[in-house]
Ligand binder design. Structure first.
Ligand code: PMP
Length: 448
């Protein structure tokens, strides 16, 4: 290959070329097969080259590639919306499609604000989000996010409409001797106090990831956490926005991660697993009452993008969602997820430098620490997460590593998010190679 003219995410080392994908495997320029243990960043939920999706994209391309949404709707977008919200899951009845998770969150924030303008509460101008969260890299989504490292360079140009409370991250945030219920109660009280501080009737919405992805590493909430924060939001007349860009669309074993939390959002954002990486697509799902609020005013969302509800992206996503249903893949996510948990626990559960193994469905992370007793993170300068990535790659595995320095308070972690189509042999292989890679990375980090 000629030298690269692309600005890469990492300028330190040239990434390998992904030339071809088939099933759970990616092939690099040497023809070597790399098992896709994380679907990129939990994106490739059907693996690569799924024939149904490829055929749907080709057929749509032959029919219609583009029509502007201020002039037309299109068949694949209508059918995709019908598939997602035709049965009104949790009262969500309408969908809006864009091209990424960040765009989805931007739209969700603006939809929530517009809703309150339409229903006569324009004094609501504030959002409450959580620390150690990620909602995207565009300025609104970045302002919502609580990833200290990503925010820092842009802090002077981020909106001041967002404040942040603690996430539900019991591994590090639980006080000594605190029960689950007490921990949940403390977090709900903290949220209540933030509503009080901001003043009655000023908050538009509380936004949170149902299962925290990149920033904490597959951190599931404690039982009762989401009902408790929902109650606080309801008391203050604010909306609940759930960002399921990473954890949604079947990744955790139910179509929506909130189905396991005894709560439903007013607005939900989806992306990665929606289109499985076959096309760039994200979406916003809105509750009936939000749409009715809009209908009582202008009736239309005052927000849009040139490529929203793109016919080919929607056709791809529709085929992905149909494949998930036709092939019974949610059941496979639950079964293979249990196997992945068991294998990771067998392999790494007693390791002195493995602090926590957590997740749900096919969404698992391992947090690495210098000493599991003290939970002290490794020195960020050791770049343990990079070492895990490279050791995994050397063993023919792609996993998704994350830096512990995002807030100076966590260990490095790596995420595994295999395709929903993975079988038991492939899950064994992923866990085995991952275990070897973690041990090799830890050994090299100990040497400094
Ligand atoms: N929200 C969450 C929870 C995410 O994980 C991500 C992407 N990692 C985003 C939003 C942003 O999505 P995108 O990269 O597609 O803009």
């Amino acid at each position: 290959m000629p030298s690269s003219h692309i600005i890469h995410r990492t300028l330190r080392s040239d990434p390998p070329l992904a030339l071809r994908g088939e099933g759970v495997y990616l092939y690099d320029e040497t023809g070597r097969a790399i098992i896709d243990g994380s679907g990129g960043a939990a994106v490739a939920c059907l693996g690569h080259g799924h024939p149904k999706v490829v055929a749907a994209i080709k057929a749509q391309l032959d029919k219609l590639a583009y029509a502007h949404t201020s002039l037309f709707s299109c068949e694949p977008a209508e059918r995709l919306a019908d598939t997602l919200v035709g049965h009104a899951p949790g009262g969500l009845t309408h969908a809006w499609f864009c091209s990424s998770g960040s765009e989805g969150n931007e739209a969700a924030l603006k939809l929530a604000r517009q809703y309150f303008i339409e229903i006569g509460q324009p004094q609501r101008t504030r959002f409450i989000a959580r620390r150690q969260s990620y909602h995207g890299n565009t300025l609104g989504a970045l302002a919502a996010g609580g990833n200290a490292m990503r925010r820092a360079p842009y802090a002077p140009i981020l909106s001041g409409a967002f404040s942040h409370v603690s996430p539900c991250y019991p591994y590090r945030e639980r006080h000594s001797g605190e029960t689950d219920a007490e921990h949940v109660g403390r977090l709900a009280a903290e949220l209540e106090a933030e509503f009080q501080r901001l003043g009655p009737g000023t908050v538009i919405a509380f936004i949170a990831e149902t299962v925290v992805g990149a920033t904490l590493g597959c951190a599931t909430a404690l039982p009762g956490y989401f009902p408790a924060v929902r109650e606080v939001c309801d008391r203050h007349g604010a909306l609940l926005i759930l960002d399921e860009v990473m954890c949604g669309m079947g990744r955790t074993g139910t179509m929506h991660a909130w189905e396991a939390e005894d709560v439903a959002p007013d607005i939900q954002v989806v992306a990665k697993g929606l289109g499985g990486g076959y096309q760039p697509i994200g979406g916003v799902l809105a509750h009936r009452r939000v749409v009715e609020g809009l209908a009582s005013g202008s009736g239309a969302l005052a927000h849009g993008h040139t490529y929203q509800a793109h016919p080919i992206a929607c056709a791809a996503a529709l085929a992905v969602q149909e494949a998930i249903a036709e092939e019974g893949l949610l059941e496979n996510v639950r079964r293979m997820g249990a196997l992945l948990e068991a294998r990771l626990t067998e392999r790494l559960g007693n390791h002195r430098e493995v602090g926590d193994i957590r997740g749900r469905g096919l969404f698992w992370a391992v947090e690495l620490v210098r000493d599991r007793a003290t939970k002290e993170p490794f020195d960020p300068a050791l770049k343990l997460h990079e070492r895990v990535k490279l050791e995994a790659y050397a063993r023919g595995l792609a996993c998704y590593p994350m830096n512990g320095t995002i807030d100076g308070k966590r260990g490095d972690h790596a995420i595994l998010a295999p395709p929903y189509t993975a079988d038991a042999t492939q899950i064994d292989m992923i866990a085995e190679r991952f275990g070897d890679a973690v041990e090799a990375a830890l050994a090299s980090a100990r040497e400094g």
